[in-house]
Design a protein around this ligand. Sequence first.
Ligand SMILES: Nc1nc2c(ncn2[C@@H]2O[C@H](COP(=O)(O)OP(=O)(O)OP(=O)(O)O)[C@@H](O)[C@H]2O)c(=O)[nH]1
Ligand SMILES: [Zn+2]
Length: 191
Amino acid sequence: MNIIQSNIANLPTKYGKFKIKAYKDGTQEHLAIMSQNFENIDAPYVRIHSECLTGDTLGSLKCDCQNQLDLSLKFIAREGGLVIYHRQEGRNIGLVNKVNAYALQDQGRNTIQANLELGFKEDERDYSIVGHIFKDLGVKKLKLITNNPKKIDYVESLGIEIVERIPAITQSNKYNEGYLQTKKEQMGHML
Ligand SMILES: Nc1nc2c(ncn2[C@@H]2O[C@H](COP(=O)(O)OP(=O)(O)OP(=O)(O)O)[C@@H](O)[C@H]2O)c(=O)[nH]1
Ligand SMILES: [Zn+2]
């Protein structure tokens, strides 16, 4: 895969000052968001955040994505580290299919059943670009912010040492309780 990458630019935000670098693999464009002191950190805090337009941008209460992104950006601004904004919307089924999955959930299916009914696996994400970004930015060990065992397995498969796991647990609400329950009971998330 031919990966196109940008230069590094400054991005002041409400969380603090970050540096950003974009990567394009095929049609997907991803973003590495780094704290100012990133290259001096031996084992940075790292969050691999999967894109969720409905959550991240609109504040949807059906999932925990916006709260997790907020928590992660606050964390790396304070402690130093990296958030990879991984543009694989809807566990990589894309926005149109995710909205169709939500329509099936309106009829009573859970998050896994809806994906299967649309002809997808429960999780279609591919993390290979993440491996490329780690290599490009020189990440050899890290502290991973996640509840998802698949992300842990992927990072370990790259030969990268996970020094510590930081849970990404946020306040639940009446709209995402069922979703979080399914993730815990059927997708192995450490919630
Ligand atoms: N197909 C589908 N995707 C969803 C649904 N709800 C959230 N997503 C997507 O799921 C991804 C986030 O996955 P999560 O399960 O919240 O978290 P995770 O990234 O697997 O794990 P953590 O690192 O612990 O947060 C984003 O890409 C969302 O767009 C849903 O009901 N159906
Ligand atoms: Zn979400």
